[in-house]
Design a protein around this ligand. Structure first.
Ligand code: FAD
Length: 392
């Protein structure tokens, strides 16, 4: 990265820090209480062109690396977990387009349009009948001349009602196998959404993720070239697991900051002594540091791989898949543990919903991590890989 792009990235990071402190944190309680989409935060991000951070510079974006995107998501999540998740999910979709769609003139133009208008992209991988397995689909693309029709019954669709476009997984054709999938961009104005379930959840309430029946049409050019199998392994999985881990860390980090403030206040009351809660704070901080190093190291490894001619091949390999699975499972287990530690430190003040040390939202938000693609499902896949992977 040259100095100019680094400077631009640092300016964006500083703008996102400001939005975190002044907008996301300010609205986080209302977003959580009312299951409201964090519209103020997303609009503030659009104003500073944050939504096009992953778009390559030649198409008008900042061309941010995985490490930089993870830093942005972890920052925003410190103010509002739902906002951090919305930003991460949007970045995952943009990365799929930017890394797999640039052979298509239509998708190149679309990406430039996304930069200009700061479009927000959502995702529909889940589906009634696939039971949480993203690598199979029931729905299929029906081609007709230069166009297609695509209807999907999705179990969960985060902020679909607020998005400008959705990337939808589907079987390639009505006679294709369930795992012969493509990724299709459907554009606002070309689809209708019928909400089929509610989103009254424990946490991540601002992601507004009920089930939807999608009815859509578009041009064949909107189908991302190649197979979803490849874009999933090379992009969707690494971007999901690294960016999710970074934002779960952001939530845990904010919880621990509140706990640290609580401990410092206790220390001030009895100068010269170390409050007993300080030891627990130090233990939780150890977990926080290990967690951060874990997603940062894999983000750096991804960025290095992206530079190598063999990078895409390496991303398809079992060794990398195992690392991604392990990151997802460990991060989703560590984040709730850290928030729970913070709660032990703050005690009843953290347990109360109306105190300045309140940790209810943090705890409820991070509990979604283990379910967002079930850890059991991921661990079962790792177990199969470990049976055949030599040189672990
Ligand atoms: C906050 C949030 C936002 C989301 N946003 C979106 C979105 O925008 N778009 C979208 O498409 N989806 C979204 N999802 C859905 C998500 O990606 C998963 O599809 C969904 O959480 C899986 O649902 P499930 O737990 O019913 O399914 P499953 O994975 O089938 O899990 C059900 C149960 O089966 C068990 N299980 C499953 N497989 C195995 C196995 N191999 N071994 C042992 N046990 C197993 C699990 O432990 C679990 O108890 C979101 C989820 C969350 C939490």
């Amino acid at each position: 990265m040259n100095n100019r792009s680094r400077e631009e990235y640092l300016a964006l990071l500083s703008a996102v820090k400001k939005i975190t402190a002044e907008v996301a944190s300010h609205h986080a309680s209302a977003v959580d209480a009312g299951s409201q989409f964090p519209i103020e935060t997303v609009q503030a991000l659009q104003k500073v062109q944050a939504l096009s951070a992953p778009v390559p510079r030649e198409y008008g974006g900042l061309g941010c690396s995985m490490s930089e995107l993870a830093e942005l998501c972890s920052t925003l999540a410190q103010g509002c977990g739902s906002s951090g998740m919305v930003l991460a999910m949007h970045y995952i979709q943009v990365a799929c387009l930017a890394r797999h769609g640039m052979g298509s003139a239509y998708l190149r133009n679309y990406l430039q349009e996304l930069v200009r208008h700061q479009y927000l992209l959502a995702s529909m991988t889940s589906e009634v009948g696939t039971f949480g397995e993203t690598r199979t689909s029931v729905c299929s693309v029906e081609r007709d001349g230069t166009g297609f029709k695509l209807n999907k019954d999705a179990t969960t669709g985060s902020y679909c009602a607020h998005a400008d476009g959705i990337l939808v997984t589907s079987r390639r054709a009505p006679d294709a196998e369930p795992s012969d999938q493509v990724l299709v961009l459907v554009r606002k104005g070309d689809y209708s959404l019928e909400q089929t379930s509610s989103w009254d959840t424990l946490g991540m309430r601002g992601t507004c993720s009920p089930g939807f029946k999608l009815v859509s049409h578009g041009l064949l050019d909107q189908i991302i070239p190649g197979s979803f199998g490849d874009s999933s392994a090379q992009t969707m999985v690494p971007y999901s697991h690294i960016l999710w881990a970074s934002l779960w860390w952001g939530i845990a980090s904010n919880a621990l900051s509140l706990a640290a403030e609580f401990v410092r206040a206790a220390a001030r009351k009895t100068p010269g002594t170390v409050p007993p809660t300080a030891v627990r704070l130090a233990e939780a901080y150890e977990d926080l540091q290990v967690m951060r190093h874990s997603w940062l190291a894999l983000a750096t490894e991804f960025d290095e791989m992206a530079e190598r001619p063999t990078g895409r091949e390496e991303l398809q390999g079992m060794a990398w898949a195992l690392k991604m699975n392990t990151l997802k499972v460990t991060a989703s287990e560590t984040a709730p543990r850290i928030v729970h530690q913070a709660l032990q430190i703050t005690g009843i003040l953290g347990y109360k919903n109306d105190s300045k040390f309140s940790l209810g939202r943090h705890l409820r938000d991070v509990l979604s991590a283990a379910l967002m693609i079930s850890n059991d499902r991921i661990t079962a896949k790792s177990a199969s890989m470990l049976l055949v992977l030599k040189d672990v």
